[in-house]
Design a protein around this ligand. Structure first.
Ligand code: TNX
Length: 620
């Protein structure tokens, strides 16, 4: 290759490189099939966007995108154009009405120098647009280029979920929308909204106003870790938290916003456990109403739970009636996890209930409880989702199981012909877990869920038969917020791990490749997310690892994990900063006999975000 050509290639911005050279054209999640072709489409203010369904919500979304990004002038209804004069150059054609059957949520995207076309029904069209948006390179105001190619794409799973706990810490409507935006960008379609827990009740219920008057605030919050070797027992912030909750109008606003991005919202109302905020508001729902329940101020399990009396059930039915009216989707999550049964064991009422209903023991109460709730939901056309503890003491007849304590629950449920959503903490899908083992990571609940582990999670356990495997309807990651009090930390914990989740949820396992994902596509996407205003964890330099290497001569190729970022380094053990040497070519070191070099690297992005410091020891 000629030297000048090589230099020109090296000078190509990575974004173009990712799109032109990458087998996935830089798209996340990896599409089903991609054929790159030569050339590019030039989007100019003269480009016509021709549509066959001008009022479809996918088209509205695209119009909005063009407007916000100052691209293309007009969106034209094809029906208004004489078919003989249909323009064939400089056009983007968006077709929702056509006969071919595409797979569910699938689309076809064709780009040549004259024409861009997306074919997709409903959600498929929306996902085609998301891929197209990922391919658009804005060049100057009003203009952009799009690399040519042909993509056929559809998701592996129908349920592609991301959860957000707004009970432990509250996140306002603006943030929830921003969260939904980034989910949609990566083709996730289910937002699991964890609205109630011991530490806060966050949804307005008209019939029971105290749920939010009392349940949406707590006197103070535990700081530092609540459990484990680094726990500090009685350290609180002495600061009242709340009242924080969503009004029913705000809930409707979020549901509608999510739907405009083809995302279904699954609300979670926790029961019978994780209910302390509700008990503080309505003590009559507990087994010991005189006890003086108060909204949780620390993390972990609590003994007080809903008491399975008629009064409690009637109140829960009233609450669920309002919830059903607010959320049009087919699922409601009723929790069911971590009920330790201490209060039930002490309760005279429960002892009698076990006899009257011929239940085995307190585990029997758990399934009695969840079955009653399920029946209520089912008669109203709603399907119940529960955490895998709902298997204990017998599974409610139609329930969908969310398998979080490993895959055991999910496997058992699928074998019982129940639908299952995989979200095991052991699979790296707990995004409240730490992203590296370094003490430089921000405080987290613990655990270890690095990007690679999330990426390599396979949702269908191999022990399932083909038929049973069909019951694995999807995969989800969870963002519990005990140790996440701010939007920017929530984004730090979410990104880039959610990109890995999206690939497990959407892409065929044969199209997955961690090297290609992490070294080529993620670098581009983090720069894009940065421009979109998201915080994220800056990975350490590609090629750096926390290791000691033995030898005399070293040649280390370290590259930036974020497009446009710089890797700085020191070799004397000092902490690297923006004032230190820049790693631009392979680093070559000769280490004297019995000597050592401590190579410390930091990645600093063009917006000033920093990675943790990585230390490599080179010893001879
Ligand atoms: C377990 S997952 C919980 C949550 C905690 C989470 C922390 C589940 C059903 N229950 O209440 O927030 O661990 O990682």
């Amino acid at each position: 290759m000629k030297k000048s050509l090589l230099l020109a290639l090296l000078a190509l911005p990575l974004s173009l490189f990712a799109q032109k050279e990458d087998p996935n054209m830089g798209i996340i999640p990896a599409p089903t099939s991609v054929h790159r072709t030569r050339g590019e489409f030039k989007l100019t203010p003269e480009t016509l966007v021709l549509v066959d369904s001008p009022n479809h919500k996918a088209i509205k979304f695209f119009k909005d995108y063009l407007l916000k990004n100052n691209l293309a002038t007009s969106v034209t209804d094809m029906a208004m154009i004489d078919p003989k004069k249909m323009p064939t150059k400089n056009v983007i054609v968006l077709s929702l009405n056509f006969k071919d059957n595409l797979p569910a949520e699938g689309y076809e995207l064709h780009i040549d120098e004259n024409r861009v076309e997306i074919k997709g029904h409903g959600a498929g069209m929306f996902y085609g647009m998301q891929s197209l948006i990922q391919l658009i390179n804005k060049t100057s105001p009003g203009s952009a280029t799009i690399p040519c190619g042909n993509i056929k794409d559809h998701p592996r799973f129908g349920y592609r979920g991301m959860h957000l706990d707004v009970a432990r810490h509250f996140f306002d409507v603006a943030f929830v929308k921003k969260y939904i935006d980034v989910m949609a960008f990566y083709k996730l379609n289910t937002f699991h909204w964890h609205l109630t827990d011991d530490q806060g009740w966050r949804i307005e219920i008209k019939k029971y106003p105290k749920l939010t008057e009392i349940g949406s605030k707590r006197a103070q919050t535990k700081i530092g870790r609540a459990a484990g070797p680094t726990a500090i027992p009685d350290l609180y912030d002495n600061t009242p938290y709340g009242p924080y909750f969503y009004t029913q109008d705000q809930i409707r606003e979020v549901v509608e916003y999510a739907s405009s991005k083809f995302i279904n919202v699954v609300p979670e109302i926790e029961m019978p456990s994780h209910a302390l905020a509700a008990l503080a508001a309505y003590p009559e729902m507990g087994c010991d109403p005189g006890k003086g329940y108060k909204v949780g101020e620390t993390w972990g399990g609590f003994d007080d739970v809903f008491c399975p009396t008629d009064e409690t059930f009637n109140m829960l039915y009233d609450i669920l009636r309002e919830v059903i009216d607010l959320f049009p989707g087919k699922y409601i999550h009723a929790g069911g996890d971590e009920c330790n049964k201490v209060a039930w064991k002490k309760s005279e009422f429960c002892r009698q209930l076990i006899i009257d209903k011929q239940l085995k023991n307190e585990d029997g109460i758990q399934s009695y409880f969840m079955e009653k709730i399920e029946k209520f939901l089912n008669t109203r056309g709603v399907q119940m989702i529960g955490w895998d503890e709902i298997l204990e003491g017998g599974l409610a007849p139609n329930a969908v199981v969310m398998s979080w304590r490993g895959e055991k629950g999910g496997i058992a449920a699928a074998q019982l012909n129940h639908d299952v959503i995989m979200t095991p903490a052991s699979g790296g899908l707990y995004f409240d877990h730490a992203q590296s083992k370094s003490s430089q990571e921000p405080l987290s609940i613990g655990g270890f869920a690095p990007l690679e582990k999330v990426y390599n999670y396979e949702p269908v356990p191999s022990v399932l038969s083909k038929e049973q495997a069909k019951h694995v309807i999807g995969v989800q990651a969870n963002l519990w917020t005990e140790y996440i009090a701010t939007p920017s930390k929530a984004e730090y914990m979410l990104l880039p791990r959610m990109l890995a989740l999206s690939e497990s949820a959407w892409s065929d396992p044969k199209d997955k490749d961690y090297r290609n994902f992490s070294q080529s596509r993620v670098a581009h996407h983090l720069a894009v997310l940065d421009k979109m205003g998201y915080n994220y964890r800056v990975p350490t330099a590609v090629g750096a690892s926390d290791t000691t290497m033995k030898g005399g001569k070293f040649k280390l190729e370290l590259s930036s994990p974020v497009e446009g970022a710089t890797v700085h380094y020191t070799i004397d053990g000092s902490e690297p900063s923006e004032n230190d040497l820049v790693c631009s070519a392979p680093l070559e070191f000769t280490v004297p006999e019995r000597g050592a070099i401590t190579l410390k690297t930091i990645v600093i992005t063009s917006s000033g975000k920093k990675s943790i410091v990585n230390t490599m020891k080179l010893e001879n």
